[in-house]
Each structure stands twice: as structure tokens, then as C-alpha cells.
Ligand binder design. Structure first.
Ligand code: ZN
Length: 409
């Protein structure tokens, strides 16, 4: 996982989680998904229709809240001459903070991490998050190719989306069609044609896959041995060859073959993510055992190394819920930062400048605090789940914060 995708994914997951916890009193939370190619004026027109539709809502309060939400959306849309590249999502609604009468209008407008496919307007007691949740599955791209003597199909897999990039046919005749020609000469021609075909496949794959920025791996499939011969030969560029994860025997070629490869390699793909997390934690543990190893752990130690710019890779548990609070003195405005394990802990502390009381001035997730520090010094950031034994160990035994260092101090 690259540094960006791990962090972006984390941020996105966090936003989704926050949004999923918001509930309206009635069916009055509005979600709008706008694809890139949708005209803003069309959406505004639709909003006006929804606004007049909402006159039929029975509950007076719900009606008022839906109408306010739509009006906010119309206002926000005016800021966009057209939707951004990946489209636009808007979540608007009155969210209760406590008992009745505590509702506040909340507005979320952003460009999602993946393109929006369909225009959606949704009004319910919760925000409609499904399309965004689907995008979360999409983080890496795999290159796929199904090859046999006669044809080859090259495709990419991004989340659940398959794009067929190229279909090639060899024109290599079957071996039995020797006819009147001398068998040896004919075999030689066939071998030559087969070689040329593999060369062509390689060229197309190099072309298609080298330009994919975050290509996670390549899987080759197909009936027979052509895929193995292809891999053994010098058809694929060195860098891509190293990315080949596995070869898979299929019954079909073409698009059906691609589908077959995906079905048969699902488990392999899931394991790769898990494997990478495991490997990173294992690397950290190995450094830790070594007396002169490059490992650090615990909030304070890792923070110190980060501030020195000595962290190569920051490992941080996804499940860490600690809060970093900035406390400010009510009297002299002196500030200090404190980490709270329980997010609801609001202990007042005493100012060491004047002895007066200090109150919470700002609250941040501890994970965000570390991610920000790591970004400032260009450390790699890996957010580790607790789905593996190693991830659990990082969380429980090392407080969820560890680092592999660039150097020791
Ligand atoms: Zn003070």
C-alpha cells in the first residue's frame, strides 16, 4: 500500500463513519450524488421539483427541515459552475445534538475519491452512503491477462470494475494443419509466429500496465502453457515481471477467461493486503529484537523520532481511539497538549505557568496528530488494521504506535 492510499483511505473511512452515525429526527436528511457529466443547472432544476414535492410531507417539522436542506443544497450548487472531475456529493440535514429543539443544520460537500457513476437524490432519516462505501473497496489496480496460443485479452481490475484494455488474436495455425509442407519447416514457422505473438502481447501489456501509477500486481491466466512460456521469456518488461503475483489455469480465454481469473484469484488478492500488514509489523519486530535495530514504539518515543525527522515508516493502529487535546489556561492563555485514552475524559489540569485552571481548547484524533507529523517530515504512513495477529500485537503490546527508523539517535 502506498503512503497516500493508506492515509487517504483512512481519512475517507473516518468521514464515512462520522456520516453513518448521523441520524435525523424524521426522514429529512438529504443526500445527493452528482456525476461529473451532469449539468449543475439540471440538478438545480431537480432540486426545485423536490422542493415543491416536499409540500406534501405530512409532518410540519419534517417538511420544514427537508425544505431547508434543499435550499442549502441549491445555494451550495451555485458555487460550482460544473461538477469536479470525480463528481460531487452533498449531505445536508438537521442533526439533533440532544433532546428536541437541539437540531442543527449540517452540510458536507466534497469530491469523492472515485468517480460517481449515477445521479442520486435520496431523502431519509440517515444519509445514503452506499455508493461511497463501495468506493472504499476500490484502492488498488491489478493488471490481468488471459493468454493462449490463439488469443490474448488484457484487462485491469479496480475494485470490482473490470476494464478490457485489448484483445489480440495470433493467427498462429494449429499444429495439426501441416498439409503438404514439410513438418519441420512448418513447426519452425509456427514457433516463430508464436514468439511474435507473445512479443506483441508483451508490448501491449508494457504499454497498458507501465502507465498505471499504483499497479499492485499482475495475474496471468489461460488454458495451457502459453502463459508460463510468456512469463519465462523476455516478453514482459522487468519491472512488470516482478509484479506478476501468480498464474491461474482457466478453461476460457477472452472476457470469460478474465472473469474466471478474477473469481479464482479473489482469495489471493485479499491475502496480499493482509500479508503486507503482517510483513510490516514483522519487520518492526525484527528491528526491535536487534540490539542496534531501527525500531521505536509508544506515543512519546515515536513522537520524538518523528519530530527529529528520523522515522522511515510510521505504523499506526486503525483502532486507536485516543484523543489529543490542546488545553489552554483560562488566565494566561498558556497552552499544553495532553493525550486522553478515553475520548470522554475531560480532566481539568492546572497551568504550570500561573496555577490557574486549564480547559480543553481543541480536540484531535491521536491518529490524525501522528499522520500530520509524519507528513511534515515525509515519513511513510501505514495504517494497520487489527485483523491480523500482528496488527493486534501492534495495538495491544505497543500501544498502537510504532516506527521503523531511518537512523538511530
Ligand atoms: Zn496560566
Amino acid at each position: 500500500m502506498s503512503e497516500v492510499s493508506s492515509k487517504e483511505l483512512y481519512e475517507f473511512k473516518k468521514t464515512l463513519k462520522e456520516l453513518s452515525e448521523k441520524k435525523g429526527r424524521g426522514t429529512e436528511l438529504v443526500s445527493v450524488y452528482i456525476p461529473h457529466d451532469r449539468q449543475i443547472s439540471d440538478v438545480a432544476k431537480h432540486m426545485r421539483e423536490e422542493l415543491s414535492q416536499s409540500a406534501n410531507i405530512k409532518s410540519k417539522q419534517t417538511k420544514k427541515n427537508v425544505q431547508s436542506a434543499i435550499e442549502v443544497i441549491v445555494q451550495r450548487l451555485r458555487l460550482f459552475p460544473k461538477p469536479p472531475e470525480k463528481g460531487l456529493v452533498l449531505f445536508v440535514g438537521m442533526i439533533p445534538k440532544g433532546g428536541p429543539g437541539t437540531e442543527k443544520m449540517e452540510t458536507y460537500v466534497f469530491e469523492p475519491p472515485e468517480p460517481i457513476q449515477t445521479y442520486t437524490y435520496h431523502c431519509n432519516s440517515e444519509f445514503f452512503l452506499e455508493p461511497l462505501q463501495h468506493m472504499m473497496d476500490v484502492k488498488e489496480v491489478y493488471g490481468l491477462a488471459v493468454i493462449d496460443r490463439k488469443e490474448a485479452t488484457i484487462a485491469s481490475l479496480k475494485g470490482k470494475r473490470v476494464d478490457i484494455i485489448k484483445h489480440l488474436t495470433s493467427g498462429v495455425p494449429g499444429k495439426h494443419k501441416a498439409g503438404g509442407q514439410s513438418q519441420r519447416r512448418f513447426d519452425r514457422l509456427i514457433d516463430l509466429a508464436a514468439h511474435e505473438f507473445k512479443k506483441r502481447i508483451g508490448e501491449y501489456m508494457n504499454d497498458a500496465f507501465l502507465s498505471i501509477e499504483d499497479l499492485k500486481g499482475i495475474i496471468l491466466g489461460g488454458p495451457g502453457h502459453t502463459k508460463e512460456e510468456f512469463l519465462k521469456g523476455d516478453y514482459l518488461q522487468y519491472e512488470l515481471k516482478n509484479k506478476v503475483i501468480t498464474t491461474i489455469d482457466t478453461s476460457y480465454t477472452g472476457e470469460f477467461g478474465i472473469r474466471e481469473v478474477i473469481d479464482k484469484s479473489m482469495d489471493v488478492l485479499e491475502e496480499i493486503d493482509v500479508m503486507q500488514e503482517k510483513q510490516l509489523v514483522q519487520k518492526f519486530l525484527k528491528e526491535l529484537i536487534d540490539e542496534r535495530g531501527l525500531a521505536a514504539y509508544g506515543e512519546e518515543e515515536v513522537r520524538n523520532y518523528l519530530q527529529m525527522g528520523a522515522v522511515d515508516i510510521l505504523l499506526i493502529s486503525e483502532d486507536l481511539t485516543h484523543k489529543r487535546k490542546t488545553m489552554r489556561c483560562l488566565n494566561c492563555a498558556h497552552e499544553t497538549k495532553v493525550t486522553y485514552k478515553d475520548p470522554h475524559d475531560d480532566d481539568e489540569i492546572v497551568c504550570n505557568g500561573c496555577g490557574d485552571r486549564m480547559k480543553v481548547h481543541d480536540v484531535k484524533d491521536l491518529v490524525d496528530d501522528f499522520v500530520k507529523m509524519a507528513e511534515e517530515v515525509d515519513s511513510d504512513i501505514e495504517i494497520i488494521s487489527t485483523e491480523t495477529e500482528e496488527g493486534m500485537q501492534l495495538f495491544k503490546a505497543f500501544g498502537g504506535i510504532a516506527a521503523i527508523l531511518r537512523y538511530r539517535v
